[in-house]
Design a protein around this ligand. Structure first.
Ligand code: DGL
Length: 274
């Protein structure tokens, strides 16, 4: 049985992270699961996001993944801790689930001169308070200003990230954050769907504000993790095989996924319980 690295997202966004991970670590096998049938997660309750994420993590474990990356900020904010603390013992104490918030928080403070970081994310990630809390552990002097952009994920999921609707909402949301904290010089795209909006975000920002996406940060952190955990690294199968699964239509997934992943994707459909 193959032992790929599992990568999970509510839909397509995690493919932007998988793309960077594969670039950094091409030797391993990967198994991607997008829960497109139940996306977006960003407006759902803690209980629902936890329940959905747990089901998907269990499924990835059953495919032979010893390690699963939650390539979704919302799932990392609302489900990761409970899965690590409550469920791993039962599901397989030797298995691991990692998120995207911690590795990002560990480095984001290095990018700011003004000690003011802006976080753009889903409602769920913002209301969890995970970023201000995590960043304060590594960079106590950095002020974190958050703003939720609930329209951005639907724009991306529906292929409207290059359209005029995207310009409207990006301008509006950036304006709100800049009014709240004009001193921000670093803007973190704390939702794995947002990198597709990066060209438009940059076009609507004044020069001097740096926009950071998470893909390469998460990839570097995973590389470091595997270096520090040879017992996990040795379990992973190597062959560069990538398999893709979606809880919604595989045809639709394949049609859109290449925009996020940068190459053609052939997925298979899986049924989720609810
Ligand atoms: N990609 C997810 C994240 O990073 C959010 C998408 C959603 O709302 O489902 O937060």
């Amino acid at each position: 049985m193959a032992h790929p690295i599992g990568v999970f997202d509510s839909g397509y966004g995690g493919l932007t992270v998988l793309r960077s991970i594969v670039e950094a670590l091409p030797q391993y096998d990967y198994c991607y699961l997008g829960d497109n049938a139940r996306a977006p997660y960003g407006t759902r309750s803690f209980e629902t996001v936890y329940h959905y994420t747990l089901e998907c993590v269990e499924w990835l474990f059953k495919q032979g993944c010893p390690l699963v990356i939650l390539a979704c900020n919302t799932a990392s904010a609302k489900a990761l801790r409970s899965i690590q603390q409550k469920d791993l013992q039962r599901l397989g104490p030797e298995k691991r689930v990692l998120g995207v918030i911690r590795p990002t928080s560990e480095v984001i403070g290095n990018y700011t001169q003004t000690q003011a970081v802006g976080i753009l994310a889903t409602n769920g990630t913002v209301s969890s308070g995970s970023y201000p809390l995590e960043i304060s552990k590594f960079f106590p002097g950095v002020n974190v200003h958050q703003h939720a952009c609930p329209m951005w994920v639907p724009l991306v999921e529906n292929g409207e990230y290059g359209g005029a609707g995207a310009d409207f909402f990006i301008k509006k949301d950036l304006g709100i954050l800049q009014e709240q904290a004009p001193e921000i010089d670093v803007l973190l795209l704390a939702c794995t769907h947002y990198p597709l909006l990066e060209p438009k975000i940059k076009a609507h920002l004044p020069a001097g504000i740096r926009v950071i996406s998470q893909g390469s940060i998460v990839a570097e952190s995973l590389k470091d993790y595997l270096h520090r955990h040879p017992e996990m690294e040795q379990q992973l199968s190597r062959g560069g095989v990538k398999t893709f699964y979606t809880s919604d239509s595989a045809e639709e997934f394949d049609r859109k996924a290449s925009m996020f992943f940068g190459e053609a994707v052939h997925s298979q459909h899986i049924e989720t319980a609810s």
